[in-house]
Design a binder for this molecule. Structure first.
Ligand code: BGC
Length: 579
């Protein structure tokens, strides 16, 4: 029996709390809503859920602006509702991860309010990056850094006496002041936060934006960026914060805390997963994951790869080789709340072009989309990802094949990226539209419970749903063997029953047949051979892979119509060993 921890090959489902299910009819998703829908997650076959931040927050970045790390936002429930969710999830053997945001808090956090009310040089300001401005009157920002969400990374404050004052640093929006991790208060607060939630039964944390937590002490100007760099990508070229090494001391400290917690609480197996985008740099990714830092770190490159054999392979093979050689686990994902949904990404007219490879999930292209093609490819992509060694993180709604909602009116948009770039970047709202559970438009397609709130109808959802949302609903798909939902369910079952978690990832030689078929990606896990046809033409298995494969085990395109001697276009198949 393998002694590996549960998370090594777990399937974790990301719940965007605001959009999953609304238990009290106010149009906003909440913890009671999640609890009421756990059956769906159990039937899907996930091992754990990761909740996006549900702490008290002004919600200016939907919870990634935390005003209190030790509570629950009233819009989402309270600590009792949280405890109920954890207990009900546990009853179904589903573990619960939270989201910790260490780089910044909300400008409504009591610490930041105290900093604003205190003078320059005070201990209250030492928890943040307050600096004097440049220019004769301090009217210019302290350096040239650009924010992830557009604009300068600095905002000037008005001092308590009404005079124009210092500036504070915010890597994201002005409502998210960066915390200075060289301040012991900051270190101590997060240590007690982790323990507080572990004591409530939480099994781990997804750790937000770890790549920008470190900063060069003098905060020097960033060098010029390469010509043509997209506005949303400028920040990523700042060498004085992105991957700045000092943060690793804190991640080591967290790991010690967790190891000690586990030692003191037999039976608890905790996990942290770091969010660090490290395009083409498995060596950098490796710095975050391992026995003395995070347990896992997302391998994001595959998510952003164009639909081509060369880019798929180059976003899997080097990272898998580097991490595996170091004994570090692999953590795959194809979707999250910051990234255009896969169905849309893969359906874009430029989805097979190298030019679409932005390597930055916040930079989208505006190419026209064919959702039928995108859905086929998204089905194939998850069938590929599910076959890789390591864990797999899903984002809510991908199991329904939801597309990105591209035509949200400006008046409905809420993402700070949209506002900070004055609409030049549409932002991430389109992947955060509330989920459809039923075909009943009167309850926002089952998103809002109509029964709670007595006779009053449920409020409109916080973000409008498209008119055709019901066709994607769980109710519409669950009894249809050809639906995306049915495919996800059987894929997760097959992953468990057919794949040996210890089987290494191998790349069999295609020999003479590789030449004429550059649209085939072939890999092997133990006895299972995985074949992806990224081309537009069906290929006869016997012709292209004579000695490689045997019985057809699984196919990502519509079940029921499958000829097992063919790998259809834009499809991923799993095969048994050659007979
Ligand atoms: C989160 C985003 C969030 C940002 C600031 C990210 O990496 O995933 O949703 O806006 O950090 O916290």
């Amino acid at each position: 029996m393998s002694a590996a921890p549960w998370w090594r090959d777990a399937v974790v489902y990301q719940v965007y709390v605001r959009s999953f299910a609304d238990g009290d009819g106010d149009g906003i998703g909440d913890l009671a809503g999640i609890t009421s829908r756990l059956d769906h997650l159990e039937a899907l076959g996930v091992d754990a859920i990761w909740l996006t931040p549900c702490y008290p927050s002004p919600q200016l970045d939907h919870g990634y602006d935390v005003a209190d790390y030790f509570g629950i936002d009233p819009a989402y429930g309270d600590l009792a509702a949280f405890d109920r969710l954890v207990a009900e999830a546990r009853r179904r053997s589903i573990r619960v991860l939270m989201d910790v945001v260490p780089n910044h808090c909300s400008s409504e956090h009591p610490w930041f309010r105290a900093a604003l009310a205190s003078p320059p040089g005070s201990p209250e300001r030492a928890r943040f990056f307050f600096r004097d401005g440049r220019g004769s009157d301090g009217e210019l920002p302290p350096n040239n850094w650009r924010s992830v969400f557009g604009g300068s990374t600095w905002t000037r404050v008005t001092e308590a006496d009404g005079s124009p004052g210092q500036w504070y640093l915010h890597t994201f929006s002005p409502w998210q002041p960066d915390l200075d991790w060289s301040c012991p208060d900051v270190v101590a607060m997060f240590r007690s936060m982790l323990t507080f939630w572990f004591d409530r039964g939480v099994d781990g944390f997804r750790v937000d934006a770890v790549a920008v937590v470190g900063k060069a002490a003098e905060l020097p100007d960033a060098p010029p960026v390469p010509e043509g760099t997209a506005e949303n990508d400028v920040w990523a070229h700042n060498p004085y914060t992105v991957f700045w090494p000092t943060a690793h001391d804190h991640w080591r400290d967290w790991r010690r805390l967790i190891d000690e917690y586990e030692a003191a609480h037999p039976g608890r197996e905790l996990v942290t997963v770091s969010e660090a985008y490290t395009p083409d740099r498995p060596d950098l990714l490796l710095q975050y994951v391992g026995p003395d830092q995070f347990h896992q770190s997302f391998c994001f490159d595959l998510m952003l790869a164009p639909w081509r054999v060369d880019t798929l392979r180059v976003t899997i093979e080097p990272v898998a080789a580097t991490l595996t050689a170091a004994g570090a686990p692999l953590t795959w994902t194809l979707n999250n709340h910051d990234t255009q949904r896969g169905v849309t990404r893969y359906g874009r007219a430029d989805a097979t072009e190298m030019s679409s490879w932005t390597k930055n999930n916040l930079v989208y292209t505006g190419a026209p989309v064919d959702l039928e093609v995108g859905t086929r490819r998204a089905r194939a992509a998850i069938t590929l990802a599910a076959a890789l060694p390591g864990s797999l993180y899903l984002f809510q709604g991908e199991e329904l094949g939801l597309p990105e909602v591209l035509d949200l009116p400006a008046s409905a948009r809420q993402d700070p990226i949209f506002f900070r770039t004055e609409g030049r970047e549409t932002g991430r709202d389109g992947c955060r539209v509330p989920l459809p559970w039923s075909t009943d438009a009167a309850t926002s397609f089952g998103f809002s419970s109509a029964s709670v709130g007595a006779d009053a109808p449920a409020a409109a959802p916080w973000m409008p749903q498209p008119d055709d949302w019901g066709a994607y609903s769980v109710a519409a798909q669950q009894d249809d063997p050809g639906s995306v939902l049915s495919m996800y369910r059987s894929l997760l079952r097959a992953r468990r029953s057919l794949l040996d978690p210890d089987a290494p990832l191998e790349w069999p030689e295609l020999g003479a047949h590789a030449g004429p078929h550059p649209e085939l990606l072939v890999l092997r896990r133990g006895t299972v051979t995985v074949v992806v046809n990224v081309g537009a033409v069906d290929l006869a298995v016997a012709e292209v892979l004579p000695a490689l494969v045997g019985e057809s085990l699984l196919v990502s395109s519509l079940a029921g119509h499958h000829d097992p001697t063919v790998v259809p276009a834009d499809t991923c198949c799993w095969f048994g060993p050659p007979r």
